[in-house]
Write a protein that binds this ligand. Structure first.
Ligand code: GLN
Length: 291
């Protein structure tokens, strides 16, 4: 190393945020992903990030940054590396205790909003909430007055993530309750809900279709549901009516090849209308069953 380069204060030696971002983009081949990592490392985003581009980054930021880049390059999903991910209007904490929130699940939220928006009061349960994505997005987007939302999960580790996210949304969480329990066991006896919504595990054990990265990194307990992936629907669908109002609906995310099977289950359980809807890719992704 030359004496010149050693010279403290030499401008070329100063690692600014702009240079860190550029170096990261070169390594990862993506300015977007590099930016997200730099944002989390510096705890800056939006205008604050832009305003700091010519500031030097600290040693601690670089260490955090380098650790994230190493994890990402070893194959860990970016969402877990960052420890947060966007879902509708929320920025959710996510880690390996919960599924990564997916765009198709945003449509589940949209469907529930359509069902309850015009009701004077609405009580909703999000069963198997994981990170809290569905229920907390509903809490965030519905009026505080007249809305009551229950979040449940059988998995206490997942529920810790949901509670952290609940704290993160602040005031909008005043009408949210969290309860640990397996499907309906988490709900209060005798209370009726306008909507019960769930994105349960629905992948067939040993499915060849599942992405290798999902299988390797995401929690098996949130993914797999028996030989045909339908085991949890077999518990949820028949039990739902006794927790729904007389006009209430059950809204379920489903696997693309499960529309017919879940529709039959809902009809057998006495639901009068059952609507199977596609996601943005045109694959069946959602069932809305109404009493
Ligand atoms: N949509 C997820 C996947 O196929 C599965 C989610 C789930 O089982 N609820 O990767």
């Amino acid at each position: 190393m030359s004496a010149d380069a050693d010279d403290a204060g030499d401008a070329a030696d100063v690692l600014t945020l702009r240079r860190l971002w550029q170096q990261t983009a070169d390594v990862l081949g993506s300015r977007h992903e590099a930016r997200w990592i730099c944002e989390v490392a510096t705890a800056l985003d939006g205008d604050e990030f832009e305003a700091a581009l010519d500031q030097p980054v600290t040693e601690r930021m670089v260490q955090h940054h380098d650790a994230m880049v190493a994890r990402y390059r070893s194959g860990e999903p970016l969402q877990y590396v960052l420890g947060r991910w966007g879902f509708r209007r929320l920025d959710l904490a996510v880690d390996r205790r919960v599924l990564i929130p997916r765009p198709e699940t945003e449509l589940v939220v949209e469907s529930v909003l359509d069902l309850v928006r015009d009701l004077p009061h609405r009580r909703i349960a999000d069963l198997g909430t994981g990170s809290g994505a569905i229920g907390l997005a509903l809490a965030d987007e519905l009026p505080l007055d007249g809305t009551e939302i229950w979040l449940s999960d059988a998995d206490g580790d997942a529920l810790d993530v949901a509670r952290a996210n609940l704290a993160g949304i602040g005031r909008a969480a005043r009408n949210v309750r969290v309860n640990q329990g397996d499907w309906f066991e988490a709900l209060p006896d005798g209370d009726r809900f306008d909507v019960i919504v769930s994105n349960p595990p629905y992948v067939a054990d040993g499915s060849e279709l599942l992405d290798a990265s999902v299988r390797e990194w995401e929690p098996a307990v949130a993914l797999f549901a028996g030989a045909d992936g339908l085991d949890d629907y077999r518990r949820i669908v028949p039990g739902a009516s006794e927790h729904l109002t007389t006009t209430g609906s059950l809204v379920l995310e489903i696997g693309t090849d499960q529309g017919a099977a879940v529709r039959s289950m809902c009809l057998a359980a006495g639901f009068r209308t059952v609507d199977v809807r596609p996601d943005l890719a045109g694959h069946d992704r959602l069932v809305i069953a109404t009493r």
